[in-house]
Design a protein around this ligand. Structure first.
Ligand SMILES: [Zn+2]
Ligand SMILES: [Zn+2]
Length: 353
C-alpha cells in the first residue's frame, strides 16, 4: 500500500497556487479552511472518515476538498493539485531569475489585521517556505477605513504580537515591523510620529484624491518623501491595470485606473535627495510604476524595492513579476534594497530616522 501524503500540505499547496494565480478569494478560502480543519483532526479519524465517505461532514470540508484529502491519504497526488501544476507558467528569463534569486525578502505585505485574507503567522510560514529571510508587515493606516486601517492602539498591539511570533518562527526568518501609511492630502503621514519612528520600515502610499492636479499631487508626494519616517514610496502612480487571471476583479468587474498626474522628475529627484526607495509593485493589477517611468527612475539614480503587496500567502510569489520588469528596465541588483543583507537594510531605514 502506498504511503499516505500529507493532506494538510496538499490543501495548503493548492490554496497557495490559486492565490498566486490571483483566483477569487472565496475559492481559495475553501482550501484554507479545509486545511485548518484537517490539521486539527486526528489522523486515524481522517482515515476512517475517508473510508466511510464522511470527510465532508467535518465543518470547513466540502466535496472537492474531501476528495483531495482522500487522494492524499491514499498516497496519490490530488487530481486538483496535479491539474493546477500542469498549467503553471513558464520559467523567468535569466536576468529576471538572477534578480529574483538575489532578493532576500519583501517590504510590502498585508495580513488579516487590515485587508489581507490570512493571519500574520500563515503569511510568515509561507514566506519562510519561499526562502525569504524576512518580510516587512505593512498593514494599512487608520484613515483607510475600507481596508480596516490600524489605529495607533491596534498597531501597538500588533507590534507586541509580532514580537511574540518572532520568537516562535523558524530560524533564519523574521517579521520586520512596518506600515503602509496613507500619504494624506497635504503630504503628512497618517500615523503618530512616535509609532512611525519605532517601526523598522515605512511604506508611504497615496490612496485618496488620485485625480488631483499635477502641481498639488507633486507637492503632496514631495512632502511625504521629505518626511524622515518614510522609507519607501509605494505604488507611485496608483494606476490599476486589467490583471491576467484576476479572479477577484472578474467577480466585481475589472476596474482599471489611469496613473495619477505628477511631475515625475521632481518626485524622483526628491527620492534621490532624501535617499528614499521607489517601490516596484509586483501586483498583477498594479505593475507600478509603468516601465517608461521605471527607466527614468533608473537614470535618475534612485534606489528601489521589489515588493508583492501580498494580501494572501500565494501572492508572496508575485515577486517574479516585479523582477521581470526590473530586469527589462535595467535596474541594477545593488540598487534594490531588498537584495541587501537585513542589517544593511535596517541601517538604511534608520538613517532616515
Ligand atoms: Zn496601497
Ligand atoms: Zn498595500
Amino acid at each position: 500500500m502506498p504511503e499516505s501524503r500529507d493532506p494538510v500540505a496538499d490543501l495548503r499547496r493548492i490554496a497557495f497556487l490559486l492565490e498566486r494565480a490571483n483566483e477569487a478569494t472565496y475559492r481559495v478560502r475553501a482550501f484554507r479552511s479545509a486545511a485548518a480543519t484537517v490539521a486539527n483532526t486526528p489522523h486515524d479519524e481522517l482515515v476512517e472518515r475517508a473510508a466511510a465517505g464522511t470527510l465532508a461532514k467535518l465543518s470547513g470540508v466540502g466535496d472537492v476538498t474531501a476528495r483531495c484529502v482522500t487522494e492524499s491519504l491514499a498516497g496519490e497526488e490530488p487530481v486538483y493539485l496535479r491539474r493546477i501544476t500542469a498549467t503553471e507558467g513558464t520559467d523567468l528569463p535569466a536576468a529576471a531569475a538572477a534578480l529574483r534569486a538575489a532578493l532576500r525578502g519583501d517590504c510590502h505585505v498585508h495580513s488579516d489585521w487590515s485587508d489581507g485574507g490570512s493571519p500574520i503567522e500563515e503569511m510568515a510560514l509561507a514566506a519562510a517556505d519561499l526562502g525569504h529571510e524576512y518580510f516587512v508587515l505593512t498593514d494599512h493606516s487608520p484613515r483607510l477605513t475600507v481596508a480596516r486601517g490600524l489605529t495607533a492602539d491596534r498597531l501597538r498591539r500588533q507590534l507586541d504580537h509580532v514580537a511574540r511570533l518572532n520568537e516562535a518562527l523558524p530560524d533564519g526568518f523574521r517579521i520586520l515591523t512596518g506600515i503602509e501609511v496613507d500619504i494624506l492630502d497635504d503630504g503628512r503621514l497618517d500615523q503618530e510620529d512616535e509609532l512611525l519612528a519605532r517601526l523598522d520600515l515605512v511604506v508611504g502610499s497615496v490612496h485618496s484624491r488620485l485625480r488631483d492636479d499635477s502641481a498639488r499631487m507633486t507637492r503632496r508626494m514631495v512632502a511625504a518623501i521629505a518626511n524622515p519616517h518614510l522609507d519607501v514610496l509605494g505604488h507611485m502612480t496608483g494606476r490599476k491595470v486589467a490583471a491576467a487571471g484576476a479572479g477577484d476583479a472578474a467577480h466585481s468587474k475589472v476596474r482599471t485606473r489611469p496613473p495619477s498626474d505628477f511631475d515625475l522628475e521632481k518626485v524622483l529627484a526628491a527620492c534621490v535627495e532624501h535617499g528614499k526607495a521607489v517601490e516596484i509593485n509586483s501586483r498583477p493589477d498594479r505593475l507600478d510604476p509603468p516601465k517608461r517611468m521605471l527607466t527614468v527612475a533608473v537614470e535618475a539614480g534612485c534606489v528601489f524595492t521589489i515588493d508583492t503587496d501580498a494580501h494572501a500567502p500565494g501572492q508572496l510569489d508575485w515577486l517574479d513579476f516585479g523582477c521581470e520588469r526590473a530586469a527589462l528596465c535595467g535596474v541594477p541588483a545593488d540598487r534594490i534594497v531588498n537584495t541587501w543583507p537585513v542589517e544593511r537594510l535596517l541601517e538604511w531605514t534608520a538613517s532616515h530616522a
